[in-house]
Design a binder for this molecule. Structure first.
Ligand SMILES: [Cu+2]
Length: 151
């Protein structure tokens, strides 16, 4: 009787052990996770460097020295030059302005300076860089004469 009980005990133990073994099966290996590629892979944003906007440096305002004697005016009116003879310093500019309704044209006697025909209100400027006496006339009206003396 005791032997049977022992056998029964052993048998039940085997069954229990086996059951326990089968009750806890090894955990199934996790399915390999295959990373799914992102469906819309955004390209890395291209960072364009913003160009440095360098404000243009303002050029220094150069105020030309006021030389009141840089320019001399000769008016053309009533078919004559006024003043008919003008004396200037070397480097000065003579500006003829036609105040007549008729056209006039400045022509130096030696060809140093010549203007186009000047209509009413037109001006002609010439800078005298060499000293001397320069006689001129109107190419349209040769009786109109004038003189520029450059010191
Ligand atoms: Cu003239």
């Amino acid at each position: 009787m005791k032997k049977v009980y022992l056998l029964l005990l052993v048998g039940m133990s085997i069954v229990i052990i086996g059951a326990s073994c089968s009750m806890y099966p090894p955990a199934p290996a996790p399915a390999p996770v295959t990373p799914t590629p992102p469906t819309s892979e955004q390209p890395a944003p291209v960072v364009t460097p913003t160009p440095q906007v360098v404000p243009p440096t303002q050029p220094p305002v150069v105020i030309p020295p006021k030389t009141t004697s840089a320019k001399a005016d000769v008016s053309i009116a009533n078919f004559s030059f006024s003043p008919a003879t003008i004396t200037i310093n070397k480097g000065m500019t003579v500006v003829w302005t036609n105040n007549d309704s008729a056209p006039h044209q400045i022509a130096s006697d030696n060809g140093t300076f010549n203007s186009n025909p000047l209509s009413n209100g037109d001006s002609f400027a010439f800078t005298f860089s060499t000293p001397g006496t320069f006689t001129y006339h109107c190419a349209i009206h040769p009786s109109m004469t004038g003189t520029v003396i450059v010191k």
